[in-house]
Design a protein around this ligand. Structure first.
Ligand code: NAG
Ligand code: NAG
Ligand code: NAG
Ligand code: NAG
Ligand code: NAG
Ligand code: NAG
Ligand code: NAG
Ligand code: NAG
Length: 865
């Protein structure tokens, strides 16, 4: 409607204007030999006047017209730029073909259908741009008249037939663009005469045959060669002599031979996709000592490459785009390409990858597209930098576990994603369209934890009281319902387990108790009669039928050799349960007032609490009076060990992976070897933020909210992906009300002032905040909470020391020298100030964990994803 109206005004203008200006116009335009006359005739013939007469005021002298440039004497037009003016039809004779001094003609982006014969007489033309029109027919031999032509662009037209041999007369030509037409047959050998060529684009035509002999050596200055999308038959050797080319695109042709021959030091962009190249990628490096120095873009997809993907690719430090999809590579582990920190596009679809996706893929922070589809990958989807992620395809693998929440969160903003045909679970939020759920999650299991959906809480804006209340109400109702369901379901399941067991234990050899186990500091007794009649509940694998007897064998009868730690709740052991489940078994040795049923319900509840920064409770076992909590094993140890027990930079606590005890090491245990990572500020910040998120979730995301009561460095674990995960949440509750005073008060060094008073108050969320503050101090200073060396300070604690420095505005002195140079100092000082707020004496003065998450995110937004 709007444009119609506008058009009407223009048309009216067209009829009114010429009347008023007729006199002046005639003067200029009636001289039939002037360039002004030819151009106005041209515009009239091409229908320009209908829409742009307002801009093209033909009453003015020709040299002042838009897009017209004259020579110094203002006599002749030397440049005519008429791109995108909607010019249509065939160009009449005796118009622009008569602009004898014309050097530059740009008629691109119009609807021109044919050229006039006199066009070819424009002997002084240097630049001709006719691209994006509708010119059909063949290109006449007359093109050879343009002896001075430097730039010829006729791409995106409808031209057919052969490229004329006379193209070879264009000896000054630098830019030749004939792409996206329908040119046929082979490239004429005449082209070899155009030795000044810098750029050749013949892409998307129907060219066949092979390259003319000597093609490679004919163009000493050639930088760009694009022959993509033809049917040219060629060999690697065709490119041997092309020494100056930086951009080579021969995608979608019939080139064959060894991929090796193509690579030259100067190459920046290489697209050899959809050809028939063969050979091993590693030869490129080893035979030619090619070092991929300038390479930014490499596409070798859909060829016949074999062997393994070469580690030498890591030398291509500038690589942004890497596509090796659909070749015939041998089965291989995920290639080591994390050195390619600039990578934005990575496509390894159908490259026979096995094993796990390495966690250090997290370091590729610019990743925009990741395609790993159609491989044999196993294990979890690791965390990814989702900030720039637009396309993620992991379909048709054997991946297991949860799709990381971070990625699910990003989905509504992504262009394309596909998780189909794996064995993944996920917790869908309402934001994923049902259509996508159907097509992109085929075969995945929707498994929302019932306690709460973390996504809801992360997005929740502060200050929406009504919303919060409604959410709280809804969630508590869900929790009550869920509780009832668990009760019903849990009992039934247990009955079934028992029934199954009763059948089998007659055949099995009976291991009878009570069993007694020793550690350095305690002895604990499992008062069970028949070990194989006491079930172990594994939440996600209810049919596994594991019993206490399996726990005994998994831990070599709770042997000291499998002891990971002695926490204050009791010893923690490590083992592999049947089915390859790698676990840490925590024995809660202190007595509890809860009945078996209450404890089971509590543990079932804890098992439903899931958050990417919490160590998930995998299952439990009630062995007589002992409650055994079973956790996912955390591959990379805990923060206490990382910060204090080992020199920094060494990965984990104990070297678990070389434990003699271990038989199968392929299944998950990998100490992620990104050296130096623990000593970077980014990494420490990530741990702080993850831990804060976990606590914010327990405090504000669970109803009733959970107070951790034992926040300390050794409660913060690092999982396979080096993501921080808080453990031991909710355990204090299992003990009911008869807690040891020590447990109420917290661990040594982590004692909020309100809990040291004689009249013991019970811990609150703000006591967790205090302890978090200490952990934050540890992360930044690298010092222990107590009994460490605090320079220039009589205070015997970390808190006293740092708070004093912050007060005196000298906080930067507290920074761990090992991380000082790894990030902006002001960010670290800012974080110390947050710790200062957390460790306020009065609980009411401390911020909430939700506020702390916000503060930490503000410090370093780049790392907050
Ligand atoms: C065209 O130029 C003439 C002479 O300068 C001027 O009088 C007239 O207003 C111009 N017309 C338009 C549409 O700008
Ligand atoms: C020709 O014009 C098109 C569209 O205006 C432009 O994109 C292209 O770069 C031009 N060709 C040359 C060789 O300058
Ligand atoms: C190579 O040419 C093809 C076809 O024109 C195109 O799709 C592809 O993006 C080009 N590659 C590069 C690196 O520009
Ligand atoms: C490249 O190296 C491989 C293995 O070392 C060898 O078999 C092959 O002949 C070499 N090719 C060339 C062209 O040197
Ligand atoms: C990966 O490469 C394959 C083969 O060229 C292609 O079909 C697929 O679309 C690419 N994936 C992405 C996400 O670009
Ligand atoms: C996935 O694992 C199953 C069972 O181990 C195997 O049969 C199947 O071939 C695997 N699929 C892929 C794509 O590797
Ligand atoms: C994945 O699930 C399919 C179908 O449930 C099963 O056949 C396959 O063995 C599973 N693969 C793995 C690796 O768990
Ligand atoms: C995901 O991949 C599967 C297997 O290739 C395919 O069938 C499905 O259509 C894809 N879904 C989307 C949304 O691309």
């Amino acid at each position: 409607m709007g444009s119609g109206f506008f058009g009407l005004i223009l048309v009216l203008g067209l009829f009114l204007k010429p009347l008023s200006c007729q006199q002046q116009q005639q003067e200029q335009l009636q001289n039939p030999n002037s360039d002004g006359y030819f151009i106005s005739e041209f515009y009239k013939g091409m229908g320009l006047t209908s829409s742009l007469s307002q801009i093209y005021n033909f009453s003015l002298p020709v040299c002042s017209w838009q897009g017209v440039f004259c020579d110094a004497k203002k006599e002749y037009v030397v440049e005519l730029l008429a791109s995108g003016l909607g010019l249509s039809g065939s160009i009449p004779e005796t118009t622009i073909g008569k602009l004898t001094r014309l050097q530059t003609l740009d008629l691109s982006n119009n609807k021109i259908t044919a050229l006039p014969a006199d066009l070819w007489s424009l002997g002084s033309l240097k630049s001709l741009n006719l691209s994006s029109n509708q010119i059909s027919g063949s290109l006449p031999n007359n093109i050879g008249n343009f002896g001075s032509l430097e730039s010829l662009d006729i791409s995106s037209n409808d031209l057919s037939g052969e490229i004329p041999e006379t193209t070879g007369s264009l000896v000054s030509l630098k830019f030749l663009k004939l792409g996206r037409n329908r040119f046929e047959q082979s490239i004429p050998s005449g082209i070899l005469n155009c030795q000044s060529l810098v750029s050749i684009d013949l892409s998307s035509n129907r060219l066949t045959g092979s390259l003319p002999d000597g093609f490679g050596s004919a163009f000493p200055n050639l930088k760009t060669l694009n022959l993509a999308g033809n049917e040219i038959r060629g060999r690697d050797s065709d490119f041997l002599e092309l020494k100056s080319v930086t951009t080579l695109n021969i995608s979608g042709n019939l080139f064959h031979g060894s991929v090796m021959g193509v690579f030259k030091e100067v190459l920046e962009v290489v697209d050899l996709s959809r050809n028939q190249f063969q050979g091993h990628l590693s030869q490129v490096h080893f035979n030619t000592s090619y070092r991929w120095p300038h390479l930014v873009y490499l596409d070798l997809s859909e060829n016949e490459l074999s062997g393994e993907i070469s580690h030498a690719l890591n030398l291509a430090q500038n690589l942004k785009h890497l596509n090796l999809a659909c070749n015939r590579f041998a089965r291989q582990e995920f290639p080591k390409i994390v050195m390619l920190l600039d990578l934005e596009y990575l496509n390894l679809s159908r490259t026979s990858l096995t094993g796990q996706v390495p966690a250090d893929i997290l370091q590729l922070s610019y990743l925009h597209t990741l395609d790993l589809s159609e491989n044999h990958l196993v294990g979890h989807i690791p965390s990814l930098r989702v900030k720039n992620l637009q396309v993620l395809d992991v379909s048709l693998n054997n991946l297991t576990g949860e799709i990381p929440v971070m990625i699910l969160d990003k989905i509504p903003y992504m262009e394309r994603f596909n998780f189909s045909y794996n064995n993944l679970t996920f917790c869908a939020t309402s934001k994923i369209a049902p259509e996508n759920l159907r097509t992109a999650f085929v075969g995945s299991l929707n498994s929302c934890p019932i306690a709460a959906n973390p996504v809801l809480f992360k997005r929740q804006a502060p200050g929406h009281k009504g919303l919060k209340l409604a959410l709280a109400l809804a969630l508590s109702m869900v929790c009550v319902l869920a509780g009832l369901l668990f009760l019903a379901f849990g009992c039934r399941r247990k009955n079934r387990l028992w029934a199954v067991k009763q059948n089998s234990y007659k055949e099995e050899q009976n291991i009878s108790g009570p069993f007694s186990f020793q550690t350095d500091s305690t002895t604990w007794v499992a008062d069970v009669k028949q070990a194989n009649s006491v079930p172990v509940v594994i939440f996600e694998k209810p049919l596994l039928n594991i019993t206490f007897a399996d726990l005994l064998s998994a831990t070599s009868n709770f042997d000291r050799g499998t002891l990971l730690a002695e926490g204050k709740f009791g010893p923690v052991y490590r083992g592999f349960l049947p089915g390859g489940i790698h676990v840490a078994v925590k024995v809660l040795v202190h007595g509890s007032t809860l009945t078996d049923q209450e404890a089971a319900r509590e543990l079932e509840y804890l098992g439903r609490i899931k958050h990417p920064n919490l160590v998930p409770l995998t299952g439990y076992c009630l062995a007589g009076d002992q409650r055994l909590a079973i956790y996912d094993y955390m591959e990379n140890g805990n923060l206490q060990n990382l910060l204090h027990d080992l020199p920094l930079g060494v990965q984990t606590t104990e070297d678990w992976s070389t434990d003699t005890w271990e038989e199968d090491d392929n299944n998950g245990i990998q100490n992620v070897g990104s050296e130096g990572l623990p000593t970077s500020w980014r990494f420490r910040h990530k741990i702080a933020l993850g831990t804060a998120r976990a606590l914010a979730f327990l405090h504000h995301g669970c109803f009733p909210s959970i107070i951790h009561r034992d926040v300390k460095a050794s409660s913060v674990y690092l999982d396979y992906n080096l993501e921080p995960r808080l453990s031991d949440f909710g355990l204090a509750k299992i003990f009911g009300h008869c807690l040891d005073e020590e447990i109420v008060r917290g661990s040594p060094g982590y004692m909020p002032p309100e809990l040291t008073k004689p009249e013991v108050e019970s811990p609150t969320a703000k006591s967790d905040v205090y302890c978090f503050g200490i952990v934050l101090f540890e992360l930044i200073t690298g010092k222990k909470p107590i009994e460490d060396d605090y320079p220039e300070e009589k205070e015997a604690t970390l808190v006293g020391w740092v708070r004093e420095l912050v007060r005196k505005n000298k906080a930067s002195r507290a920074i761990d020298p090992k991380i000082r140079d790894s990030g902006p100092e002001d960010q670290m000082v800012e974080a110390l100030k947050i710790g200062y707020l957390c460790t306020a004496d009065l609980p009411s003065k401390r911020p909430s964990m939700q506020q702390i998450v916000g503060l930490l995110k503000d410090i370093d937004p780049t790392a907050s994803q």
